[in-house]
Structures are given as structure tokens and as C-alpha cells.
Design a protein around this ligand. Structure first.
Ligand code: R7I
Ligand code: MG
Ligand code: MG
Length: 348
């Protein structure tokens, strides 16, 4: 069904934006107090309610870089890393106050300094030559997953190349691969049927097992870190819902800017939100996923955004409240980018 698939492409792009815009006000690194969780609940209720006039909620670096990547793929009709790098850098210097990671700014300065003649060195030099394991590769990866809809090997190739513009640490790259893979799997599922969460997580474990096996012996303290985290996701998902407290989820999966401690968390949020969650009052499972992700605190814009990208790819645009969308900066632009990516990779 092509119209459903188009809606899923839009949903994933809009999910990136909504999670980022609604999550960024809570992004101070801390856990949310119960009072803040109530503010979050009321804020979503209001945004989804009858239209009211208010300044739009602004997006941050997560959406800015997603936007640049999508535009480059659409313009070039293929992955051109030099063009992507130019768009990232141009976008950063136009609006440097979008909340970029502290380290990645050095990469932008060096790329501009060498006039894009050397794309690969600046990222490799990050953090004393080990490269960044931040979640900046994963947070912007949705367009690469949509672009590679038809072919998983193409997805791996595209994600690796686009991530390495800024993130060369294995854990940074594999986090982007995991996030893209979750989107890829979600696009292929029928949202009108009950999601088999165990199958979904088993498929991810199987794919990451293979990817991390191929990369063994690189001196990581834990040879298959994502496989380990995904197994924890599986065990938490299988637990009695009522007894699962936020503190435990945060302690086991994390909520930081590290890809390893945020991408599995986003996947968990999407999966857990298939059923009602205590303290999150809504019948809408897309909103439930994003609101739950934000309520876990820490890197709220990014975990909200990555959860939104996966949930949007599963449910499609239909489940995204249109009043809420009106309050997000550039929502019409993100919908159109979803359409263009759909035309590029499916309806050619
Ligand atoms: O990964 P990145 O683009 O940051 C994305 C995050 C998201 O939450 C956005 O919303 C925005 O707020 O930033 O940027 P990087 O600077 O590469 O990585 C983010 C942070 O992770 C860095 O500033 C470091 O604090 C930390 N970090 C590391 N610290 C030590 N050693 C990442 N890699 C390392 C490392 O190797
Ligand atoms: Mg951000
Ligand atoms: Mg963030």
C-alpha cells in the first residue's frame, strides 16, 4: 500500500521534529521531577487541544542536521558526503545557537578551514583520535534509513559514510546503524496489526550481533555493547509493566548524549508505548512514545526525537496530532522532505 508507506515516510521525518521540539525544553541533563512530568503531560494536552496562538516551538541541532541530510540526498539523488558536509557546516554557521554538541563544532571549524578538501580527518581527530561516541550520528540518521528503504546493505553503507563525517568511534557509528535499522524495520510493519515487540527486538539483536561480530577485536571494553543493551531492552519489555519504574529504566539503559546510552533507550520507549504506561495519559500511541521518552529526562530532545522517528515510521502521519504539528517550527518543510524521500526511494 503506497499511500500508507508515504505516510510512514512523512511520519518518520515529522517524528524527528516533534520529539526534538517538544523535548528540548526539558533538556538539562537531569531526571524530571514528578512536578515536571505533570507539566509535560499538561503541555502535550494543550498542544493537542483546540488551536491557540503561541510562538512555535523551535527545533535544535537534531532536526537541523536531519534537514541538511535529507536535502542533500534529495538534491544529489545519492549520498555525496562532501555535499552533506557542506550543508551541515553552512547550516551551523547560519544558526550556531541550535544547541550543537560541544565537540562537533570543532569538526565544522576544521571542515570549513580545509575548504572541504579533507572530509575524513576532522572527525577522526576528535577526542584524542578515538572519535566521538556521541548520539549525533544517530539523531540525524532518519533520512538515510528512508533513502535506503529498499536495500539493507545500502542502508549500512549510507549510514556508515554519513555518520563518519562527524563520528568515527565504533560506538557512535553503530548507534546510528541501530537507530536506522529500527526505522527500517518499522517502515515494513503494518500499524493496523498488533506489533510483536519480541520479534522486533529479536530482529534488532540478530542484525547488531552480526554487525558487532564483524568489528570485533577493536579494543572495546565490551565486544558487543549494543547486543548487550538490546538484551536488557528485551528483558525490561518482558517485565511486569506496573512494577517498572523510570529510575530502573534510566539505570539500565541510560539517558545521556552517549549513543550507547540513548539509542537503545529510544527503541525501548517505542516498544513499551505499544501499551498504556502509568503516568502518561493519552490514547495516542505515537504521543505516548514521545512523551514517555521525554519523561525519562537526560538528553530529552534527542531521545524524544529518535523515539519519534521510529514511532512515526511505524504509525505513519495519521497518528500524529495535527494541532501539535502546527506548534512545531518547520513542520510543513519536514512533511515535504518525507514526500521527496519517498519519491526518491520508493515511487521512482
Ligand atoms: O554527538 P554530538 O553531535 O552531540 C549530540 C548531542 C545531542 O544531544 C544534541 O541534541 C546536542 O545537544 O548534542 O556531538 P559530540 O560533541 O561529538 O558529542 C557529544 C558529547 O559527548 C561531547 O560533547 C562529549 O561530552 C561527549 N563525548 C565524548 N566524551 C569523551 N570522549 C562524545 N565522544 C566522547 C569521547 O570519545
Ligand atoms: Mg539537540
Ligand atoms: Mg540532545
Amino acid at each position: 500500500d503506497l499511500s500508507l508507506l508515504r505516510s510512514k515516510f512523512r511520519g518518520s521525518m515529522l517524528g524527528v521534529l516533534i520529539g526534538d521540539c517538544t523535548g528540548s525544553p526539558y533538556d538539562n541533563g537531569d531526571q524530571l521531577t514528578s512536578g515536571m512530568k505533570l507539566v509535560l503531560q499538561k503541555s502535550f494536552d494543550k498542544l493537542e487541544g483546540p488551536p491557540f496562538k503561541a510562538p512555535v516551538m523551535q527545533f535544535t541541532d537534531d532536526s537541523a542536521m536531519t534537514n541538511s541530510l535529507a536535502k542533500s540526498l534529495i538534491d544529489q539523488k545519492e549520498l555525496d558526503v562532501v555535499d552533506v558536509a557542506k550543508k551541515f557546516v553552512k547550516c551551523y554557521y547560519q544558526e550556531p545557537n541550535r544547541g550543537y554538541g560541544m565537540g562537533v563544532i570543532t569538526v565544522f571549524q576544521k571542515l570549513r578551514g580545509n575548504k572541504f578538501t579533507d572530509i575524513s580527518s576532522p572527525a577522526k581527530e576528535q577526542f584524542n583520535g578515538q572519535g566521538s561516541w556521541g548520539n549525533g550520528g544517530a539523531m540525524r540518521v532518519a533520512p538515510a534509513a528512508l533513502f535506503s528503504y529498499e536495500n539493507y546493505d545500502k542502508l549500512l553503507d549510507t549510514v556508515r559514510n554519513v555518520t563518519q563525517i562527524t563520528h568515527t568511534h565504533k560506538v557512535g557509528i553503530d548507534g546510528a546503524i541501530l537507530q536506522a535499522t529500527a526505522i527500517y524495520q518499522s517502515l515494513r510493519l503494518d500499524p493496523n496489526e498488533e506489533l510483536n515487540v519480541i520479534n522486533f527486538i529479536d530482529d534488532l539483536i540478530c542484525k547488531m550481533n552480526q554487525i558487532e561480530k564483524d568489528e570485533e577485536g577493536l579494543g572495546l571494553s565490551e565486544p558487543q555493547p549494543y547486543k548487550v543493551q538490546l538484551c536488557i531492552v528485551k528483558s525490561l519489555i518482558s517485565e511486569n509493566d506496573e512494577g517498572l519504574r523510570d529510575e530502573k529504566v534510566i539505570q539500565k539503559l541510560g539517558n545521556s548524549v552517549a549513543a550507547l546510552y540513548s539509542v537503545p533507550t529510544a527503541i525501548f520507549c517505542f516498544l513499551r508505548a505499544q501499551k498504556p504506561i502509568t503516568g502518561i495519559q493519552t490514547d495516542n500511541p505515537f504521543r505516548r512514545a514521545v512523551q514517555y521518552a521525554i519523561s525519562l529526562g537526560g538528553d530529552t530532545d534527542t531521545i524524544g526525537s529518535m523515539t519519534g522517528a521510529i514511532a512515526g515510521a511505524f504509525y505513519g502521519e495519521e497518528k500524529i496530532n495535527s494541532n501539535l504539528l502546527q506548534h512545531c517550527e518547520a513542520s510543513e518543510e519536514f512533511r515535504i522532505l518525507g514526500d521527496r524521500l519517498f519519491e526518491l526511494s520508493v515511487a521512482r
